[in-house]
Design a protein. Structure first.
Lengths: 125, 536
């Protein structure tokens, strides 16, 4: 099972990769939404963990594009908040099809549980 | 006298009486209109002495007995003849109405917009009508708007920092938690710990990641402190590249992805004397304005930062830009552009180019105000359906960086300097230092002394360096009077308290450089060369 991690912060990408590999998933990484969409088209993942505020192409746009092309993919959106407030973009992310949303800093345990639940749902369907 | 002559005389008397009545009526009407005007209107003779004033004029400037016969500049409490910006200066041809603004009538702290019109009688100029519209409240509102926008910009910047901070906390907590989970220490995680065991090298890696993130957090704290300090509107000499980059980063994350943002920066861009929150505000306003122009079809936003040499005095956006070196921020979009009407009114305070309720263009007047207060100019070019470019010019003052390069080699010259300061020790020390660099130096210890010397030697003197606080008058007033004697004289003003002099006032008084005390010889010699041009 493959997880695609999209985040412009390299350290966050490394951490998310370590967590996902620890749980036994294959991992691909992208530093922005544009690259993320390209990688998803080349090597589709079943689950995507994406940041929301990034250069080039931000997360909301990325979620919309990916959900259009890959309706079955599960998406976890994580945001550090924007200038309007810490969780301002998360409801929009949910609206566009993110299955779970987290605001930074988030609890690793909750993230892992969410990812595993989503994979379980995905495997059942 | 025969009867016919008597009748004719009687008729003449009646006619003259009627004419007199008509003139008196006319005068009564005029004085009625004159009195009814609710802002000050003042008649001046050809020597600019007050001849008459209306009721509003009396209320603003004093009883006729006190003000009639006074020159208008005394009425406006300006220390020299012809206020800065006066339309009636000797080159005024008396053909049309001219106006100027911002005369601070200090005795009642009002700001008037002064306009003057010539009075012509049988084709000859006989005097002037001066009107003084009280725009104090408007200026206060504009100030409040600027303040509100400044607060908004600070909030935006803090929001940006908070976002970065949460990212860093995410990395710190995430790494710490991850190690704890894998060590089986976590209490919240209900799942199977499973997976391979934790190696020492992995623990080291996580701790290094935590440390690196914590160092970044420390820098961010510094940034927050800087933002809050600048919230008070501190002007300082600084490199604006980090502020521009910060704004570009936020624009990238807040504008729709249909707008691509390109940032070009030239190497070695100098410093400007500025309030960084206001520069940030200018960037965000112009960025938002550009985005609005492209919101329907997307497009390209090109932001560039470079320096530009202005060689001849040019007028941009109704303001003249004096020759010199400028830091130029250019913001170009490929949006719908502006029509001629929109171009004309773009900086009006409450004009908007968008639908009501969506307008952000009110910000453009704030942008214009901020840039002007920084001694800069905004130049706008626009073409319908092609896009608009906003070029923002700020006077460069790279003395600090030049100073670093030239720390031990003050630049030399051979011109003549008039140095004005009342602190004897300081003046003598500066004189010796400047003479050691090849300059000829005249000294004055007061405003009057400086004027007397300048009247005598103005053909010889190339540059004046003056303190703001000198006996008889302020350095600004001295500069204005020197300009009267010789309009292309170069002036450097220094002051211990930069708050009292705005760059706009300094530029209006013809001052080319503002320096802060304490003066240092490197800074001074570089400023002299910068103003006079070319090192010797």
């Amino acid at each position: 099972m493959r997880v695609l991690i999209i985040d412009d912060d390299e350290q966050m990408r490394i951490l998310l990769r370590q967590i996902m590999e620890w749980r036994g998933y294959d991992v691909s990484e992208a530093e922005n939404g544009k690259v993320g969409v390209r990688i998803q088209r080349d090597t589709p993942a079943e689950l995507i963990v994406t940041d929301l505020i990034m250069p080039e192409q931000e997360g909301l746009e990325t979620i919309r594009t990916i959900k259009n092309e890959f309706p079955g993919v599960k998406i976890v959106a994580i945001s550090g908040g924007g200038r309007i407030g810490p969780d301002a973009y998360l409801p929009a992310a949910r609206e566009l099809g993110a299955d779970r949303v987290f605001s930074k800093p988030f609890d690793i345990g909750e993230l892992v549980e969410a990812v595993e639940e989503l994979f379980a749902v995905s495997n059942k369907s | 006298m025969d009867r016919m002559m008597v009748d004719a005389l009687k008729k003449d008397i009646v006619r003259l009486q009627l004419e007199k009545d008509a003139v008196e009526n006319e005068l009564a009407h005029r004085s009625c209109y004159f009195a009814a005007i609710n802002f000050p209107v003042i008649f001046l003779d050809l020597d600019l002495m007050v001849v008459d004033l209306n009721g509003a004029g009396e209320e603003a400037f004093g009883e006729p007995g006190r003000v009639i016969g006074l020159p208008c500049w005394e009425l406006l409490q300006w220390p020299t003849d012809y206020c800065i910006g006066c339309p009636l200066e000797p080159d005024y041809c008396g053909e049309s109405e001219k106006g100027f603004e911002d005369i601070d009538y200090s005795s009642n702290s009002k700001i008037y917009r002064i306009t003057c019109s010539p009075v012509m009688e049988q084709g000859e100029l006989t005097g002037y009508v001066m009107s003084a519209l009280d725009i104090t409240q408007q200026k206060q509102l504009e100030q409040q708007l600027v303040q509100a926008r400044r607060t908004e910009a600070i909030a935006t910047r803090i929001g940006g920092v908070a976002h970065d901070f949460n990212n860093i906390l995410g990395v710190i907590l995430g790494n710490a938690d991850f190690v704890l989970y894998r060590m089986g220490i976590d209490v919240n995680f209900q799942g199977d710990i499973g997976g391979p065991g934790l190696h020492f090298s992995e623990v080291r890696e996580h701790f290094l990641a935590i440390k690196e993130a914590a160092i970044k957090a420390k820098d961010l704290v510094g940034q927050i402190v800087a933002i809050s300090r600048q919230g008070k509107g501190v002007m300082q000499q600084q490199d604006i590249k980090p502020i521009i980059k910060e704004a570009v980063k936020l624009l990238r994350s807040s504008l729709p992805s249909t707008i691509s943002i390109i940032f070009n920066e030239a190497p070695g861009v100098g410093q400007i004397y500025s309030d960084s929150n206001q520069i940030y505000q200018v960037m965000m306003s112009l960025g938002a304005n550009a985005a609005q122009a492209m919101e329907e079809e997307g497009g390209k936003l090109v932001i560039s930062l470079r320096e530009e040499n202005v060689r001849i005095e040019t007028v941009k956006n109704g303001r003249s830009i004096v020759p010199g070196r400028y830091v130029l921020i250019s913001i170009a979009d490929t949006g719908h552009g502006m029509s001629k009407t929109m171009m004309k009114r773009k900086f009006d305070t409450f004009y908007t180019t968008s639908d009501v309720g969506r307008g952000k263009n009110m910000d453009l007047s704030v942008v214009d105000g901020i840039v002007a207060a920084h001694g800069g100019v905004v130049e706008v070019t626009s073409e319908l359906e092609k896009g608009s470019t906003f070029n923002v010019y700020f006077p460069r003052c790279n003395i600090e960086s030049d100073l670093a390069e030239n720390l031990f080699s003050p630049t030399r010259g051979s011109e003549t300097i008039l140095f004005v300061d009342d602190e004897e020790d300081l003046v003598m020390a500066r004189k010796r230092m400047l003479e050691s660099l090849g300059y000829k130096v005249y000294l004055a210890h007061s405003g009057k002394g400086a004027l007397a010397l300048f009247e005598k030697y103005n053909k010889e003197i190339d540059i004046i360096i003056t303190d703001y606080t000198i006996p008889d008058m302020t350095g600004l007033q001295l500069a204005a009077r020197m300009q009267k004697i010789c309009n292309n004289i170069q002036i450097i003003l220094y002051s211990g308290c930069s708050n009292i002099i705005t760059l706009e006032n300094a530029h209006r008084a013809g001052i080319k450089r503002l320096l802060k005390k304490p003066l240092n010889i490197n800074m001074l010699s570089l400023a002299v060369r910068d103003v006079l041009g070319g090192a010797e």
